[in-house]
Design a binder for this molecule. Structure first.
Ligand SMILES: Nc1ncnc2c1ncn2[C@@H]1O[C@H](COP(=O)(O)OP(=O)(O)O)[C@@H](O)[C@H]1O
Ligand SMILES: [Mg+2]
Length: 337
């Protein structure tokens, strides 16, 4: 793994969505980066901005909502924010593979599966006709699709949910991307298929040195595949660190609550589920101070006055970022400067 040089780096990303009469600050000053061969998981409750943060810079948010973005998203020497749509579509096709929750948001229902893959490889990886066809068949085979020569000629509606999910991953990999963005890629699948698909993504990632940004609300998935974790709360990063550190010694009150509210991911026995009381704040009216204050066990008056800075602390030998001055002070964490 190349530890120094990010292959995709988001800095101070702010994304406002305008729908009919209201505006929502869905992403509020997020920074993160990912390196070749690394898997970064993005976790957080539903509505915390995971999808907007990962699909927004790629220009893949649903139509019908007006999107205003600030900050930078650097890939391949260019900034995706503010890039013209043709250039963005070219960079996206060549550099990024995207796995959606719903396979049909990526696959064209009117085209056979194989030709869709081959077209992607011709258009973005510069393969000629026959090599593109051969690569498509071999990708389908690699993704565990039985009888790939036959499936090559099938339409999406002729395939089952699990097979479509695999075909979509094949499509995401067809142009040999450097960065794979996966938004809850296995949520709709049963546990066995889910594990197989994650293992496939991991294998291919290792072989090709692809960076993976994996959005998931499944802590078990994080534990099994992520190198690093970003915990998002109401559009802001609450905590970030290695998967090991975040899962075994979370420090942000929100992360602690999030982990306590899932069945114990380290054992088969289902621990008692404990929800974090309360709901995430409205992202329509932006209050100063910590977004988690109203639900936090450790809240102090100062928490409501200033936005907590994301500070680097020395939790273990690995970098760890935390947006909670109260925890830093109470637990005596050393700030890393
Ligand atoms: N199409 C949309 N129109 C209006 N608001 C949206 C739209 N998509 C997402 N949002 C808002 O943006 C915020 C972040 O949503 P999202 O990124 O989808 O969360 P997550 O993926 O973490 O569940 C939420 O407050 C949500 O209500
Ligand atoms: Mg989402």
């Amino acid at each position: 793994m190349n530890d120094d040089k990010p292959i995709y780096a988001i800095e101070n990303l702010i994304i406002d969505l305008y729908a009919t009469s209201v505006s929502v600050r869905a992403v509020d000053g997020v920074s993160f980066s990912v390196r070749p061969g690394e898997t970064v998981a993005v976790v957080g409750e539903s509505g915390s901005g995971k999808t907007v943060m990962t699909l927004g810079p790629l220009g893949l948010l649903p139509e019908g909502v007006t999107v205003a973005m600030r900050g930078t998203a650097q890939a391949d020497g260019s900034d995706l924010i503010g890039m013209g749509s043709r250039q963005l579509s070219e960079l996206r096709g060549r550099y990024f593979g995207v796995i959606f929750q719903d396979p049909m948001s990526a696959l064209n229902p009117m085209l056979k599966i194989g030709p869709q893959l081959a077209r992607q490889a011709r258009r973005f990886a510069g393969l000629s006709h026959e090599p593109a066809r051969r690569q498509a068949v071999s990708l389908l085979a690699r993704l565990g699709i039985p009888d790939p020569e036959d499936r090559y000629h099938r339409y999406p509606h002729e395939m089952s949910g699990g097979m479509l999910q695999r075909a979509m991953i094949a499509l995401a990999l067809a142009a040999r991307p450097r960065v794979l963005i996966a938004d809850e890629p296995t949520t709709a699948l049963d546990a066995t298929v889910q594990a197989q698909i994650l293992e496939l993504i991991r294998q291919i990632q290792r072989e090709e040195g692809i960076a993976v940004v994996l959005v998931t609300h499944d802590i078990g998935v994080v534990a099994s595949v992520a190198d690093r974790v970003i915990v998002l709360y109401a559009g802001q990063v609450a905590e970030e660190g290695t998967a090991m550190d975040v899962l075994t010694r979370p420090v942000h009150p929100y992360t602690r609550g999030l982990l306590a509210s899932v069945p114990d991911f380290r054992s088969d026995e289902r621990a008692t589920t404990r929800e974090i009381p309360g709901l995430p704040p409205s992202q329509i009216r932006l209050e100063p101070g910590c977004r988690f204050a109203d639900r936090c066990e450790l809240v102090e008056p100062g928490c409501r006055k200033h936005r907590p800075p994301l500070q680097t602390i020395s939790l273990s030998a690995n970098p760890h970022r935390l947006a909670c001055p109260v925890v830093i002070r109470r637990d005596g964490h050393r700030l890393h400067v």
